[in-house]
Write a protein that binds this ligand. Structure first.
Ligand code: ADP
Ligand code: MG
Length: 724
């Protein structure tokens, strides 16, 4: 029989693979932020007055005058040119989960024909990419393509070094000619401003007079898979859809939990180090890396930063992860569920708000019951998650994250808040109108004198909650691994802004009645808990009992698919939220609904077409080939008076027939386009199309278990997951 040469060659090639040689890594101090035009670079590159103005802009968002912009531009150019940079680009963040760049040279020529470099404040301030082909959700007709990028001085410019050259990158916002936000950065900046405004009101009402600008912070833990490129190149599904659309479960999966936090494979270790050195040069504080639960799955987490900078860094990190993986002979998969039956990847978005004068407002200190500001902010988050749970669900909706949420290893699609034992008790007491002392965790004492004692955390962790308080921040655990963190951050900041405005109003009313601070806070939080306490849940979020209780007794919404979640962006309360806080106009919000729904439908259509294509051109021929061999062998044996066990041939024939029938139905479904609404089309994709894809897969995966191994064309799960 003619073996499937490519797959066997891939296995051969990988078996002897060594880590890619990278240069010796340099001490952190030599490389940290060396390619970033940050405040410390500016301190020596700028005049005293220009530096002072820039620092004020970076720290408070105050406007920068044009003369200073000119000075900054000139210094930025000098700095970049000295690094060999000839081009600059505004880098921006369209509504897709990618980044976009348009490169321009510093070069101009003099009448004498000399090449000189030029970069002015006005070039720094504004760019004009012809962005007509970016998704804009009807905000611009293609004939009216003018779009602007504008410098965001609060996220530092940097030099992007690649093997093919270096470019000065200027983080920017992206808007239409009419000034509507076409990107993910504008709403993030606006949401931060809305939160700042509302937070100041509350802090001021509580008697503080010195209040610095408030900022939200974000630390995002990124999970990902690495698959050897030799295998990935033989899998059109991995290359085009980022996940396997076929593949039988291996005999060994993750049952033994022998990968989690285990020793990192050598090639992966080298990849991580290479990646992290690049991140350090860009001032991205990579802090943690380890193996994750699934074989071939890993995690990287940078130290937290201001949300706007963290969002830009997160985006850059995803780009670098993919590029660096390629250099090391891997395909990096950020998809939320690349392998069926194996743990998926999420991105836990750790979020807090604070400033230089009051500190982190989500930090309870050691006596939460005495920390009234903390209690108010925490209560505001509880109200926010309860009121806008469906919005939080909508901002993590995507075709890929649908495979992960609620899959019994990932947070459910029901938004609830986990507070931990200590804090839950504080809030439950407040519900009864009491403010009681809080228990500490106590010392951890193992009775082993050589192990130093340390203080136990006051609350355990809950992996099953989509939104968990983790000591001094909330962790939004349901965010998808492949998505930008901006959408979730916008939703969290904006719901908090709304809740804090509400809190401020209630506090004012209490103070007008002559209540003391403590009385006022308890009263406001008592209302929060009575009206919104249903969202607080400390139990097992994976359990079927919770799913039932959440919906039937607590009145929370369970929105298992994006087809159900995305329409929440059109909900009247969500439209009002964004309008009232000034974060998104109704038109801007609607454009996002249009872009995200279109992406959802397109993603599923691409996958469905791939399923048809792979079933017909890879799986069918392989199985037919083997069936032919079996049949011929059977006749040969019959001539000798022997009988072949026919069960395999019969199974193959039956499965082939069933698979091709399902393929025909799926092809018809892909061709269907007469829908009354986008929502109906989404529901069709989530229901019929996905079900038919699963049906094709079921038969194909059965065939994988019948056909001779050496004839099978697609690298198998055990190969992709275990050979590194
Ligand atoms: P774990 O896996 O235990 O949840 P990690 O250390 O992997 O924790 O990641 C925790 C993330 O939370 C890191 O990015 C960390 O910097 C971030 N973080 C810590 N404190 C805060 C805070 N106050 N606000 C926002 N993020 C924070
Ligand atoms: Mg975490």
């Amino acid at each position: 029989m003619s073996a499937n040469a490519s797959r066997l060659q891939a296995i051969q090639a990988i078996s002897n693979r060594q880590p890619v040689a990278v240069g010796k890594t340099e001490p952190l101090g030599n490389i940290w932020a060396s390619d970033v035009f940050n405040l410390s670079t500016m301190e020596w590159a700028l005049s005293k007055s220009a530096f002072k103005a820039m620092k004020n802009t970076v720290q408070t968002g105050a406007p920068l005058d044009p003369a200073t912009a000119d000075v900054v531009a000139a210094a930025m150019k000098e700095w970049a040119v000295a690094k060999g940079v000839k081009f600059f680009s505004h880098i921006f963040y369209p509504m897709t989960n990618i980044t976009a760049e348009k490169h321009d040279g510093f070069i101009i020529t003099s009448p004498e024909g000399n090449a000189i470099t030029e970069f002015t404040g006005s070039l720094l301030k504004k760019g004009e990419p012809d962005g007509s082909s970016f998704p804009n959700g009807s905000l611009r007709m293609t004939s009216a393509a003018r779009g602007y990028t504008a410098w965001d001085p609060t996220s530092p410019a940097f030099v992007m070094q690649t093997d093919n050259g270096a470019t000065l990158m200027i983080p920017s916002v992206f808007m239409s000619w009419t000034g509507e936000a076409l990107d993910k950065k504008i709403p993030l900046l606006r949401s931060n401003a809305a939160m700042d405004k509302a937070a100041r009101k509350v802090i001021g009402l509580m008697g503080e007079t010195d209040i610095a600008t408030l900022n939200s912070s974000c630390g995002a833990e990124q999970e990902y898979f690495l698959v050897d490129a030799n295998f990935a190149n033989l899998r059109p599904d991995l290359l085009l859809a980022g996940r396997t659309l076929f593949g039988a479960s291996p005999a060994k999966g993750q049952q033994f939990d022998d990968h989690y936090f285990g020793a990192i494979p050598a090639r992966v270790q080298v990849f991580m180090q290479d990646l992290e050195d690049q991140l350090y040069k860009l001032g991205i504080p990579a802090k943690t890396h380890h193996n994750e639960v699934a074989p071939a799955q890993f995690e990287i987490a940078p130290y937290f930063e201001a949300a706007n900078v963290a969002a830009d860094h997160q985006q850059l990190m995803m780009t670098l992860m993919k590029a660096t993986a390629r250099k090391h002979g891997f395909l990096c998969l950020l998809h939320e569920k690349p392998f069926a039956g194996i743990n998926g990847s999420g991105k836990h978005v750790n979020w807090s708000v604070g400033n230089a004068t009051q500190g982190n407002l989500l930090d309870p200190g050691s006596t939460p019951h005495e920390n009234l500001l903390f209690l108010l902010f925490c209560g505001a988050v509880i109200r926010g998650v309860h009121t806008f749970g469906p919005l939080l669900r909508a901002v993590i909706a995507s075709a890929s994250n649908d495979h992960r949420l609620g899959a019994n290893e990932a947070p459910p699609a029901i938004l609830s808040v986990y507070l931990g034992d200590q804090l839950e008790k504080v809030f439950m007491d407040i519900k009864e109108g009491k403010l009681t002392e809080t228990a500490k965790g106590g010392d951890m004492d193992l009775g082993l004198s050589q192990i130093l004692k340390f203080e136990r955390d006051p609350g355990d962790r809950n992996r099953t909650s989509p939104f968990a308080f983790t000591g001094n921040r909330f962790e939004f655990r349901a965010v998808g691994a492949s998505q930008s963190v901006s959408g979730p951050l916008v939703a969290m900041n904006t719901m908090l802004a709304d809740s804090l405005e509400w809190v401020a109003e209630k506090l004012e009313a209490q103070f007008a009645k002559g209540s003391s601070k403590t009385e006022a806070v308890v009263s406001v939080l008592q209302t929060v808990m009575k009206e919104h306490g249903n969202v607080v849940f400390g139990g097992n979020g994976y359990s079927p009992e919770w799913h039932k209780m959440a919906v039937e007794e607590r009145g929370l919404q369970n929105l298992p698919t994006s087809a159900e979640a995305l329409p929440m962006l059109q909900d009247a309360t969500v439209i009002a939220l964004f309008k009232d806080t000034g974060v998104l106009t109704p038109v801007e919000l609607d454009s996002r609904y249009q872009v995200y729904t279109e992406q959802y439908i397109l993603s599923i259509e691409v996958e469905a077409k791939l399923v048809v294509d792979m079933a017909k051109t890879l799986i069918y021929p392989a199985a037919l080939n083997y069936l032919g061999i079996l049949t011929a062998t059977g006749s040969g044996m019959a001539a000798l008076g022997l009988t072949l066990d026919k069960s395999s041939a019969e199974t193959i024939a039956g499965e082939l027939d069933a698979m091709m029938k399902a393929v025909a139905k799926l092809s018809d479904a892909i061709g269907k386009h007469d829908f009354d609404s986008v929502n109906e089309h989404m529901a069709f994709c989530a229901g019929e199309v996905r079900a038919l894809m699963d049906e094709v897969r079921l038969h194909a995966d059965t065939l994988e278990g019948e056909v001779a191994d050496e004839l099978w064309p697609l690298p198998k799960y055990q190969e992709m997951l275990f050979i590194k």
